[in-house]
Design a protein around this ligand. Sequence first.
Ligand SMILES: *Cc1c(COP(=O)(O)O)cnc(C)c1O
Length: 688
Amino acid sequence: MAEAPSIIVVGTDTGVGKTVVTALLTRAFARAGRPVVPFKPVASGAVAGPDGPIWADTSFLAKASGVPEDEVGLYRLTKPLAPHVAARDDGVTIDTDRIIERFRELSGAGSAVLLEGVGGALVPLDDRRDVLDLAVGLGLPAIVVARPAIGTLNHTALTIAECRNRGVDVLGIVVNRMASNPGEAERSNVDELARLTGIPVVGVVGEIAGIDVDAGDLGEIDDHLDDIDLDALAPSLPDYQTAITADAEHVWHPFTAMREYLGEDPAPLMVARASGCQLEDTNGRRYIDGVSSLWVTVHGHRVRELDDAVRAQLGKVAHSTLLGLSNEPSAVLAGKLAEVAPEGLTRVFYSDNGSTAVEIALKMAFQFWRQTGRPEKGRFVSFVNAYHGDTIGAVSVGGIDLFHQQFGPMLFDATKVHAAYCYRCPVGTSYPGCGLRCLDALEEKLAAEAERTAALVMEPKVQGAAGILVQPPGYLRRIADLCREHDVLLIADEVATGFGRTGSMFACEQEDVRPDLMAVAKGITGGYLPLAATLATERIYEAFLGTYEESKQFFHGHTYTGNPLACAVAIANLDLIERHDVVARAARSADALARMLEPVAAMAHVGDVRRAGMMVGIELVADKSTGDAFPVAERVGRRVILKARERGVIIRPLGDTIVFMPPLAIPEADLRELVDVTAWAIAEVTEG
Ligand SMILES: *Cc1c(COP(=O)(O)O)cnc(C)c1O
């Protein structure tokens, strides 16, 4: 028979007899040759014993399982109150992370663990987390313990609905303390429970003669082992094989050399779940999400407030169009975006990804000049190494050869100027003595072409996809001034830098730059749903004001524009950013990160370490003294990130530049682990 799974035992209410059922399950599993260890992390309500206080539940479980009592329990609280209240009364705080850690120690020793919850599913453990959060955090399935009385359908249905909402699989229901002579309601409810919830009732436990939890008396418990049918439990491990096969046979992955991906050893990583700043794969292995699931995660994964925001909106409307209609979340979010954006950006045009947000800004700039009497201003200026997305317009203003060369003949012509790249300065000078000479070329181009130029588009403060190329202070300001001087619109692509990533809400703020148009996406929903926005000034917006006959409206729109679910979670994200002071905290984490990176910069094959807030690029070189690159065929960057994966860290290569940008709220311990493992992987590959 298979090993017993680790399970959380959740009551539909307090006093349904979870402890007795946990004891019974422990003994039933043991009898089946599948030993489990009971763990009751929080017990409240001590009774006076001859040698001091006694916690009846933990001592009972200890007795039923043979596990020492101090291993069964963790927090033992004096008063019979709600856990966090009883804890406060005892002058302690329940630390759910410590519970999770303790669980991992127990299961790490090779045992399946039966974790007994505290009261019902939603009983709070602290101000933020409740009993089900333990199941979510540990990826545990649940057994729900119900009572046979009238009212049980309601309580059980509520408990199971909440489990489902939170992604907790329910393996079965145990109805406890069925009278030997049950009434009709009690009897019929058992069948109804299974029928209505679709979850098997795996046990109907009768009253156990002689059992007395308070006195630690097991009574005739073993006479009831057959009351629970372990074989009737739903399978606890999801079958991922279908997904793995379908991935190999049908999914075409973006920016991925598929032959290499399919041949990966070990097999390609498939994420099954996540919590906090960690992802978990289909084998239960956990990884630090060093890239914020590609720039999007802000507070971590499975954030209660964000989960709730999506759910609450689901109860209202999932989608409704913005073409000529409105919906509440998109309107409220627009107001909030205008509030946090650089001054002057008051109009919000939604789309659903960063590329379209940029594309929209380009088209707005183009149409703007046509409707303000300067139709000849139709060209764009952009930068070498820029990345603005993958749609044709966004690629046309992009400047990463590897990504964009292929499509040359499809693109419109844009004026490209070189960008700041201080480690390999395009004009052979060095900051700060250079006086930003790299901008001379831009100045010349604008002087020559401004009359025909609609806008300049740039990633403010840092070119992300190019390998975190950080611009020197004053650079952005100077570009903004040049644009003003030449009456060229400034489009700030804050898709990557927005929402606190570089240490301020938006990167433009750092040089007090107010763009005419700004594209945002990635962090806008905290990593939950695809959403993007293009923000514009009143000056731009007014050029599009007109009646139907004038045809001045902006001829652009996507089906999912202003999707209510995405907007609702974006609102919750902005609220959390404000409430938890996320931007200022991330700036402090970034300072810690800077210190952690100092030894990395000194490594033999690290040419340059670049950082802007919580985004980092580490450029690896064959020769540190000359800056010579490794031969492309050596695939140094890729080998480093695969190496790091062995030790549970996900980072990305951009050529031979290793990049990471963890969730802004990453705990310091995870941040340190991320840097340490990255440095280790670099050393293994480049020095090993
Ligand atoms: C990622 C990115 C984009 C494109 O966003 P998508 O949502 O991937 O289309 C555009 N600009 C910048 C600066 C980006 O980093």
